[in-house]
Design a protein around this ligand. Structure first.
Ligand code: PLP
Length: 372
């Protein structure tokens, strides 16, 4: 183990990212998908965890196909993974005039409509170079991708994509986190038609959640993101992934206050009894969402302790009255094995994705294991 710390030097909050757990999660998903292959989605700075250590660790675990959302993320990732054995796809589509940038950085555009297919085809024809690209088909997400009628036009006229290599034929599931949702089989059947008509391409449909719907959804390759980072692929079953993130904050001030004392902005919490309060340097500016005020739980050691009062920009107050004197510690765990990213997300009325991608830049970041 070779831990390294990044970020502010004097931070009192420590974000720990377990890269070995990310590698394990990759291998677990790979096993579930086999004989289908696996790629990894590392958009939004590796789901907030740091694109460089995340991507290097996944590469070290054997990942050779990566996806990001933005072209700039792809350029950044290409510098991190300069290897000729690694392909990097950019999901958000081919903007007019960006063709050369894709070629220069050896990136794979995702063609999201017939216009983009035509644009890439024309570029490759002009260059007389069969550069690879993905084609994204909309099978029910209704966000990006060729709609059905465009897909039909593409199938009936192969010359539209004759000048380039269709590396991936992809689609994205809308409801896969709800295993019994009828749209899951509808989208799979629509994508089966796509895969049958695009036999020269590698067919990929499943992100994290759909990977757990069963092998009928795996096609040639899966494309998970969030499950790599420990978030539960669906809410109905126990989380099979190893947790990756812990967030621990040193107490700035411990104080005893009387019953009927207002706490924080708006005095939005009033103590019902003599109370011991701990204040830590985490706030909504760090991605600890303001809606968590009077709702979130935290832990002091093994004791559950509630967040009381509003979340400030930089501070949170926590009621530690019920922690016995001998168990009082100098720090509080806001995210950890007893209180996961998913638990915190549920308290905020959101999803683990949002908690991860909002993790702030004022925390000290400590990486465990992996390839840094
Ligand atoms: C974000 C994204 C993924 C990864 O989704 P997860 O739910 O994080 O596994 C896969 N494909 C597309 C098109 C995406 O936008």
């Amino acid at each position: 183990m070779n831990p390294a710390s990044y970020g502010p030097t004097h931070a009192t909050t420590l974000l720990t990212i377990d890269l070995d757990a990310i590698a394990d999660n990759f291998l677990k998903l790979k096993k579930i998908a086999a004989p289908a292959g696996i790629s990894a989605v590392v958009k939004a700075n590796g789901y907030g965890l740091g694109i460089a250590p995340v991507a290097r660790t996944l590469h070290g675990a054997g990942c050779r196909t990566f996806f990001v959302a933005h072209l700039d993320e792809g350029i950044c990732l290409r510098k991190i993974l300069p290897y000729g054995d690694t392909e990097i796809g950019v999901l958000n589509g081919l903007m007019p005039g960006a063709e050369e940038v894709y070629e220069e950085h050896t990136l794979l555009p995702t063609l999201n409509d017939l216009g983009q297919v035509e644009q890439w085809n024309a570029y490759c024809a002009r260059k007389n170079n069969m550069l690879p690209a993905s084609i994204h088909f909309d099978t029910g997400m209704t966000r990006l991708g060729l709609p059905c009628y465009e897909a039909e036009m593409l199938f009936s006229d192969p010359s539209r994509r004759a000048a380039f290599k269709t590396r991936f034929a992809m689609s994205h599931m809308a409801c896969a986190d709800m295993p019994r949702h009828p749209q899951n089989t509808e989208q799979r059947e629509r994508f089966r038609i796509v895969a049958d008509r695009m036999k020269d391409a590698t067919a990929m449909l499943s992100a994290s959640s759909a990977t757990f719907l069963g092998s009928d959804w795996h096609f040639d390759m899966i494309r998970p993101g969030v499950a790599l980072f420990g978030v539960a692929p669906n809410a109905e079953r126990p989380n099979p992934m190893r947790s990756v993130v812990t967030l621990t904050s040193k107490i700035l001030q411990l104080q005893h206050v009387d019953a009927d004392t207002g706490v924080g902005y708006g005095a939005a919490y009033r103590t019902g009894r003599p109370t011991r309060l701990a204040t830590v340097a985490v706030g909504y500016a760090d991605g600890y969402l303001r809606c968590l005020g009077n709702r979130a739980k935290a832990y002091m050691g093994r004791h559950e302790v509630p967040v009381v009062g509003r979340i400030s920009m930089d501070l949170v107050t926590i009621d530690v009255t019920d922690v016995p004197e001998e168990d009082i510690l100098e720090h509080i765990d806001l995210i950890g094995p007893r209180h996961t990213v998913d638990d915190l997300a549920a308290e905020a009325g959101t999803i683990g994705y949002e908690i991860l991608t909002l993790l702030g830049h004022r925390y000290a970041r400590h990486y465990i294991g992996g390839v840094q």
